[in-house]
Design a protein around this ligand. Structure first.
Ligand code: ZN
Length: 154
């Protein structure tokens, strides 16, 4: 990736960390789960509302934690909006591989733009203790879709 592009995306991450999007509870959530990262102290609740067309009509989160966990959650809620739960899971798998291996998987079809953004966030893989911060919201979203109520990264 070009350095300029990387810088731009890093600004995006900082911005999300400072001004998280979709930071609110949701009354009509169809899926909801709580996630904890004891290593850093991050904790959050992810809410999803899947409509009758099978798409994520609304996604939000509440919680507290480090800037990376909050930025990642903010970006996650924006990214899964309008997607099917299956596509959201595909993005999670892709992001998880990016963060935990040296391997850069091919972007799932139709999700290339999202994966490009996730690649920037995956810079945390140089800092193993931060990987759980970056992936917490995704793990929690995945748990919500699977009907699990709580997850912990430990
Ligand atoms: Zn953290």
């Amino acid at each position: 990736m070009l350095d300029e592009l990387r810088e731009l995306y890093q600004e995006v991450i900082l911005d999300h960390g400072k001004n998280p999007r979709n930071f609110r509870a949701m009354d009509n959530a169809t899926h909801k789960a709580a996630g904890r990262n004891p290593l850093c102290g991050d904790q959050l609740v992810v809410y999803l509302a899947v409509d009758e067309d099978g798409k994520v009509a609304d996604a939000s989160f509440l919680g507290k934690g480090c800037a990376i966990s909050m930025a990642s959650a903010s970006m996650m809620t924006e990214m899964v909006h309008g997607k099917t739960p299956e596509d959201a899971e595909r993005l999670f798998e892709n992001f998880h591989t990016l963060c935990t291996t040296d391997h850069t998987p091919d972007a799932p079809e139709g999700l290339e733009d999202e994966v490009e953004k996730l690649e920037v966030l995956s810079g945390v893989r140089q800092f193993p203790s931060r990987v759980k911060c970056a992936t917490l919201s995704w793990h929690t979203m995945d748990a919500a879709i699977k009907g699990e109520e709580e997850i912990s990264t430990e």
